[in-house]
Write a protein that binds this ligand. Structure first.
Ligand code: HEC
Ligand code: HEC
Length: 421
């Protein structure tokens, strides 16, 4: 080999090493390898009356599967399920801000268009581990990272109940995400190889914690940064925007702070969950009180006991006030201008700690690793992107990020304004 050839050889080898290191430290190899997945087993969940009842209770009142896997009249007070669509899926693009087209599939026992031909373990793996029946990484708007905490027995109960639904013939399209999100989400699924025992429900707080986790309260009530990561020290402090046929609302602060729900007592919480009214104030139907209202008194009281243990956080969010920019959560929400930085979060700060996939809220969890999040978050046009162009996250350089975002032409107007400054 001549000298030039040798030099070129070394240059390519060096480039390959740099590229490999770059991939390892930024998005990881999953986008190329596919999701972490385990082999399917032949396990079958026997249908018993206890399981059927427990499964129905969880699906209909706690885990809100039908909030997504059924069609609703979202303009009505309690967002009723449209007849004959229970379990038949929903076009989720009613919610603004997805990086692509997202559909909740038909999970009724219909053999051709639903889950009729999927095995129990295919369902089990999809629900808690995020791998679809055909081996795809599920878009984490499906809250499998929350459901990971679900006990084996509760999982079996839910599957037994799903099998009892009347089959509905309805083909939902397959979710299609834009590049690069469709590859990046392969980082999200996590295998579950050990049994998940029954939860510890020895105190109301512990019982409440399990319920609040699998009900996904944090997915809406914890605000997120530009990466779709929960803001640090803002657990349950509200400010997450939900824009759709129900209107544009922000989740409210449910911590025991005066700007949150410190004035609630157990009776009042029960009444809010059962009626969707906070005294005379009507709650928007995107808050799934109409799902949770069927919970037992014991479960509602337990949830409240756990909610009472939250750290009080000052963050004023009030959907009855005009939307203004909030420096704390960097969203535009009712009463936002009343938050003047005197809270737990420094305006514009980006969390240095990543809580990891299992803790991420389902609404924007397509941004999984923080680096991938930088890219992905730019595809949400309704979200201010505080960090863009200012921070370099785990190896993804600023020009690369901005470049990708511009290439897709979807930088938020807010961000454009900020960068113009
Ligand atoms: C917030 C909305 C939402 C909730 C709540 C939700 N899902 Fe999903 N689910 C989805 C979406 C969206 C998908 C499809 C994601 C994709 O295609 O990448 C999905 C996918 C699935 C799949 C995978 C189907 C397949 O192709 O293998 C199953 C099974 C499933 N969900 C069951 C459930 C069950 C059971 C519950 C309640 C315990 C539930 N889901 C709650 C939105 C949701
Ligand atoms: C799909 C998103 C979503 C989920 C999931 C959700 N919430 Fe909410 N919640 C909201 C929104 C949005 C509001 C504000 C509604 C309004 O102001 O009209 C709200 C309001 C509330 C309020 C009223 C607070 C006040 O302002 O007085 C309480 C209490 C509450 N939620 C508790 C919960 C609990 C407990 C859970 C879990 C069991 C939960 N939420 C899950 C979106 C959600």
């Amino acid at each position: 080999m001549n000298r030039l050839g040798k030099t070129l050889g070394w240059v390519f080898a060096a480039l390959a090493v740099v590229l490999a290191a770059g991939i390892t430290f930024t998005i990881g190899w999953r986008p190329f390898l596919g999701p972490r997945t385990r082999a399917l087993t032949a396990r079958k969940f026997e249908s018993t009356p206890t399981r059927l009842a427990r499964g129905e209770y969880l699906v209909r009142n706690v885990t809100d599967c039908m909030g997504c896997h059924a069609e609703h009249d979202w303009t009505a007070r309690d967002a009723p399920v449209l007849s004959k669509t229970l379990g038949a899926g929903q076009d989720m693009n009613i919610l603004k801000g997805f990086p692509g087209k997202v559909y909740a599939p038909n999970i009724t026992p219909d053999a051709e268009t639903g889950a009729g031909s999927w095995s129990d373990d295919q369902l089990a793996r999809a629900i808690r581990e995020g791998v679809s029946h055909d081996g795809r990484a599920l878009f984490p708007f499906m809250p499998y990272p929350d459901f990971r905490a679900m006990s084996d027995e509760d999982l079996a109960s839910i599957i037994v109940y799903l099998r009892s639904l009347p089959p509905v013939r309805k083909q939902q399209p397959t979710t299609t995400l834009i590049f690069p999100v469709k590859y990046l989400i392969r980082n999200v699924p996590q295998r579950l190889d050990a049994p998940v025992p029954e939860p510890d429900v020895s105190t109301p707080e512990k019982r409440g914690k399990y319920l609040v986790t699998i009900a996904g309260c944090a997915d809406c009530h914890t605000p997120q940064d530009a990466h779709g990561q929960p803001l640090p020290a803002m657990d349950f402090a509200g400010g997450f925007i939900l824009d759709g046929p129900w209107g544009r609302v922000a989740s409210t602060n449910i911590t025991p702070d005066p700007s949150g729900i410190s004035y609630y007592d157990q009776g009042m919480f029960t009444q809010v969950i059962r009626t969707g009214f906070v005294r005379a104030r009507k709650l928007n139907q995107i808050m799934p009180w109409h799902t949770y209202r069927g919970m037992t008194d014991e479960d509602i009281v337990a949830m409240f006991a756990y909610i009472r243990t939250f750290k009080p956080l000052r963050h004023h969010v009030d959907n009855t006030e005009p939307p203004t920019f909030c420096k704390v959560c960097r969203q535009t929400h009712g009463g936002g201008n009343q938050n003047v930085g005197a809270t737990a979060v420094v305006a514009g700060s980006i969390p240095e700690t990543s809580k990891g996939p299992s803790m991420l809220p389902h609404k924007t969890m397509w941004q999984l690793k923080r680096s991938s999040g930088v890219v992905a978050s730019h595809f949400q046009d309704n979200r201010p992107t505080a960090s863009c162009g200012r921070r370099v996250d785990r190896g993804l350089n600023r020009r690369g990020v901005v470049g990708v975002a511009i290439a897709f032409g979807r930088i938020s107007p807010l961000e454009k304004r900020r960068r113009g400054r």
